[in-house]
Design a protein around this ligand. Sequence first.
Ligand code: SF4
Length: 442
Amino acid sequence: MKTIQVKAGEVVIGGDAPIVVQTMCNTHTQDIAASVEQCEEMVRAGARMIRLTTQGLKEVEALASIKKELRSRGITVPLVADVHFSPEVAKAAAGVADKVRINPGNFSADPSAARSHFAEFIEICKEHGTAVRIGLNHGSLGERIIRLYGDTPLGMKEAAMEWLNMCRENDFYNVTVSLKASNTLVMVTAYRLLKEEMVRQGILFPLHLGVTEAGNGDMGRIKSAVGIGALLQQGIGNTIRVSLTENPVREIPAALTIARYYDSGRAEASLRDIRMQLPGIPRKHYVSEDWNQFIIEASCDFGPLLLDKTIDDFEISSLCGGHPAEPEKLKEFKENLMQAARRKFTRPEYIACPGCGRTLYDLEKTFNEVKKRTSHLQGLRIAVMGCIVNGPGEMADADYGYVGEGKGKVAIYRGKEPVLRKVPQEQAIDALLKIIEEDTVN
Ligand code: SF4
């Protein structure tokens, strides 16, 4: 059973269309020149859809200017408005953007009014041919859903179905869905449940896949490949974003590597190529152009098998760019993959958002510093989030959090509680470490 097709601007998602690679600007949307420049760079790198944070009506206006400028330069990439917390902003964005992402968990402050706001929003989308993404995240489900189902994959699926059914009641089908989580097992389980339910109901909406707050470097790429790969391998997923706490342009080669691996049929062939050796440990030799291609493709192959507990271990060797990979690097890759597939935890678990127009500090630099200073804290879940608006919800089940709180200020969280507020940025990593140390001693 195929998904229906959704159209955002000139891009078709779902049905027989190839996997659409997308990303998101981390510029301030009101900085029109910087946003246009970053969009151009993303398109050159291969992005086929670009999202921009749209937190208010001023950002909607800015989005209109960015779109106008891009079109005047002959760049037709669809622009997606990322809207949270305001149905009014969603309605305004629906007349400007090619697609609007809303988060059902925070679409309206008044849950009883959500239905009528949503119906009005959908009418505007119909009028302008605007697509919609129902973008749910583990950690930011609505209170009622959490009361009924907990913050679980089942809750994510149920919430998605409620909103998809509202679309159907309003005779609106230009809609995709995402159920992202930082935990690969939660994410994969949620999408599988949703696919099953959609099959039962006889209509498949296209799915946007992504592992949120995946972090950066090798681990960010490995986690994303495990979660996205586990689903694409089963024919689930039509558009993907690899979220990295790096310059977002660097997300695109990683996402393209995954998309091409599945679209070309090479992923399927590679799985057939995995050899079993005594005592029942699967092994494979990879020949790759570079290290990133190797870790992404190997994670797509072995990650899902580990995640689903089909295998407990694996052996791997690799020729990257004509050179055999060093044993130390292979060992580190294997440990990272075991952790990304949630089978063996040898390091702290980092949860870091990619940053967006709401981020008011150097997220990548801070995240690298936090990693450096906490690398010995095996088993702890430490979050570094760009903003206090969405960060605390989306860091889900982190033990500790470093959360941007306006210009130059940081909130430190223990679990879901902010234990320090408005800490000057220069003192914030020390403050975080002090709290962790005190808790460990006590
Ligand atoms: S948590 Fe990060 S990516 Fe999400 S809205 Fe805040 S800054 Fe942007």
